[in-house]
Design a protein around this ligand. Structure first.
Ligand SMILES: Cc1cc2nc3c(=O)[nH]c(=O)nc-3n(C[C@H](O)[C@H](O)[C@H](O)COP(=O)(O)O)c2cc1C
Length: 338
């Protein structure tokens, strides 16, 4: 299968919910939550897209970088390149039901493993979703990360135990899901956390605990104080609050504040390899990719997801050669014109 075929099939299956626009910038799908878009008028999604594209890469070709090092290590896992699958749920309400929740989890976990990386899997109002997520993690021998909604601590702790038993590489919480409309639809209470509640969660497990959905340096510091192993600088694909900062705008200050204390990951509008390189230059250790994996799963199942990852990996390698970047662990900010 090639990318064109995958996108054609995915577009058909999406039934209008996603137009697979040439520029996946949040304009066509503005306001479609549930759906594939961003919340409200779609400003958070659109800003995440535009601000990342507004940062030019400085091309350099007089150097000796011909075989850049893409491999990295995260939570004890060796990754073929610094890009993970983002947790995504709601195949029926968001993607039109072209794949089931179970099929989606299987595709993103096995497709990531085939490309030498890992995916996060999510939690939603439908309890079956988390069950499928951990089942797939178990079946792949722990090559997956479980991200839990900010439910009551009691409910989160139950799910952490289940993820531990499944052998998950790490667990975490999408804390920015605190006001999600989709959770309300299912009658499942979620909300923000106090520092004490956050500490109780991180100290409840030996697994690395990730807080996903941080956009300010002061909250990143609180996550470090609470004992989180990592944060994801993210605005949840623009789906939770209209009008936020773009993750790429918030990242440098956050990386400066906590980069030596915890792992900093980032996501939002990674559409090509150069986008990954930009996030690394701004201070992330690795990125998550979201919507493109949905196209991969709907258009080509595991093979489609693998192709999305492999394409990003090849483009990242090209971008590194053309900016003189030898190793993903040492990306110089000078490759960006800020
Ligand atoms: C349809 C859809 C469903 C999502 N579901 C979840 C979820 O259950 N948990 C979560 O932490 N993030 C969820 N996200 C956010 C992604 O994990 C990620 O932060 C975001 O999609 C990254 O931006 P990108 O899609 O532009 O790459 C979802 C995103 C989309 C588009």
């Amino acid at each position: 299968m090639d990318m064109k075929e995958i996108k054609t099939i995915a577009k058909e299956k999406m039934n209008g919910l996603c137009a697979l626009c040439r520029n996946c910038d949040g304009v066509y799908c503005a306001g479609q939550v549930p759906g594939m878009g961003g919340a409200g008028s779609g400003l958070s999604f659109q800003r995440a897209y535009q601000k990342l594209r507004d940062i030019p890469l400085v091309m350099r070709t007089i150097h000796d970088v011909t075989e850049p090092v893409l491999k990295t290590e995260l939570f004890g896992l060796e990754l073929s390149f610094p890009c993970l699958g983002a947790p995504i749920t709601g195949t029926k309400i968001n993607m039109g039901g072209g794949v089931t929740e179970e099929e989606y989890c299987t595709d993103v976990i096995t497709g990531a493993v085939a490309a030498g990386t890992v995916s996060m899997v999510g939690d939603t109002g439908d309890p079956a979703c988390f069950e499928f997520a951990v089942k797939t993690i178990r079946e792949t021998g722990g090559k997956g990360i479980a991200i839990i909604k900010p439910r009551s601590n009691e409910e989160i702790l139950k799910r952490i135990r289940i993820a531990e038993q499944a052998g998950a590489a790490a667990v975490g919480m999408d804390i920015d899901g605190a006001g999600l409309v989709t959770m309300k639809l299912f009658g499942q209470p979620v909300g923000p956390k106090s520092l004490a509640e956050l500490k109780a969660l991180t100290s409840s497990t030996k697994l690395p605990f990730i807080v996903k959905g941080i956009l300010s340096a002061d909250e990143a510091k609180l996550c470090a104080e609470a004992g989180a192993a990592a944060i994801v600088v993210s605005n949840h694909g623009g789906r939770v609050l209209n009008g936020t900062l773009a993750p790429c705008e918030a990242l440098p200050e956050i990386a400066d504040a906590v980069g030596d204390k915890m792992t900093v990951l980032a996501d939002g509008c990674v559409r090509e390899g150069g986008d990954i390189l930009k996030y690394l230059a701004l201070g992330a250790k690795a990125v998550l990719v979201g919507r493109p994996l949905i196209w991969g799963s709907l258009g080509g199942r595991k093979e489609g997801v693998q192709l999305i990852f492999e394409t990003l990996k090849n483009q990242l390698s090209q971008s590194m050669i053309l900016t003189g970047t030898a190793d993903v662990s040492r990306v110089d900010k000078k490759i960006l014109r800020l």
